[in-house]
Unconditional design. Structure first.
Length: 250
C-alpha cells in the first residue's frame, strides 16, 4: 500500500480488527467476507519488526507462536490504516513498543496511539484507538467449569444473567441444578477482560468483584459465530469491526 503521513489520533478514533480461521465459523458468517490471501502466518512473520520476531522465536508451542504473530499482524494493519509504513524499521524505533509492569503494551514514542490484543483458539483481535482501550475475544465452546469461574469472578447480578435451566441432555457446566449459558458467560467475561486491559491493572482485577454495568468506561460486546468479542473505551463510539477470515492452513 502507499503510505501517507501518519496522523495524530484523537480520542474519538477507534478501529477493531478480528481475524479467525474460517473453518471455525459457520458458512453463513464466513460468506460475509472473502479470505485474505496475504493474511497468513508466514507472510505476517516475514513482515514483523525485528524485536517482535525475536519475541516470537522465544515462545514455545506452535499455537502460541501463531496467535502472537497473527495478533501483531492486526496491529500492523491498524498502523498502516493511520498512515505508517510498517516496513520501515525506523518507524518502530520511533514508536518504541514497551509494556507496563502488568503487561499492558504501549508506544512510548506515540502516546496518542493506544492498542490492545486478545487471542483465543482460532481467533485473534486488536483494538487501535486515540484513547485508552482494552479488548478481548473468547469462544463459547469453552464450556468446562464455567460455573466455578463465574461463582468466583461474577457479581450476583452477572451470575443470574448467565444462569438458565439445563436440558435433559445437558451435562457439561451443570452444578447442583445450575447451568451457565456459554454465550451469556462470554459476554460478561470478555467485558471484564476488556476492562482490566483498559485499566492496565492486570487480570487479577477480575476477581475483585466489580460489575461490568458499574464501570466508569464504555463496554461493548458482540457475537461472531461461536465467538464473543468485547472492547472497552472511555466513551461510547460507533464500532464497525474489520473482520478477516483466514485459511487455517495459512
Amino acid at each position: 500500500m502507499t503510505a501517507v503521513s501518519p496522523r495524530a489520533l484523537t480520542p474519538d478514533y477507534l478501529k477493531v480488527y478480528i481475524a479467525y480461521n474460517r473453518d471455525t465459523i459457520d458458512s453463513e458468517t464466513s460468506a460475509r467476507r472473502a479470505v485474505d490471501p496475504l493474511y497468513t502466518y508466514e507472510n505476517i512473520y516475514s513482515h514483523l519488526p525485528a524485536f517482535r520476531r525475536e519475541h516470537v522465536d522465544k515462545l514455545t508451542g506452535s499455537a502460541v507462536k501463531r496467535q502472537s504473530v497473527m495478533a501483531f499482524g492486526l496491529l500492523i494493519l491498524g498502523l498502516e490504516d493511520i498512515g505508517f509504513d510498517t516496513e520501515d524499521q525506523a518507524i518502530w524505533d520511533e514508536l518504541r513498543y514497551e509494556t507496563t509492569e502488568h503487561g499492558k503494551p504501549y508506544f512510548a514514542g506515540r502516546r496518542d496511539i493506544h492498542f490492545s490484543f486478545s487471542h483465543t483458539q482460532g481467533a485473534v483481535m486488536c483494538s487501535v484507538s486515540g484513547a485508552e482501550t482494552g479488548c478481548d475475544i473468547d469462544s463459547t465452546r469453552k464450556r468446562s467449569s464455567l460455573y466455578s469461574v463465574a461463582k468466583k469472578a461474577f457479581t450476583p447480578r452477572e451470575l443470574s444473567f448467565c444462569m438458565r435451566t439445563p436440558t435433559l441432555e445437558e451435562e457439561t457446566d451443570f452444578y447442583n441444578g445450575i447451568c451457565i449459558d456459554p454465550e451469556a458467560f462470554c459476554h460478561i467475561w470478555t467485558r471484564k477482560e476488556a476492562y482490566v486491559k483498559y485499566t492496565g491493572e492486570g487480570l487479577a482485577e477480575i476477581m475483585t468483584g466489580f460489575d461490568v454495568d458499574g464501570v466508569d468506561a464504555y463496554l461493548h460486546s458482540e457475537g461472531l459465530g461461536h465467538y464473543v468479542w468485547a472492547v472497552c473505551i472511555p466513551n461510547q463510539l460507533t464500532i464497525h469491526p474489520v473482520i478477516l477470515p483466514v485459511d487455517s492452513r495459512g
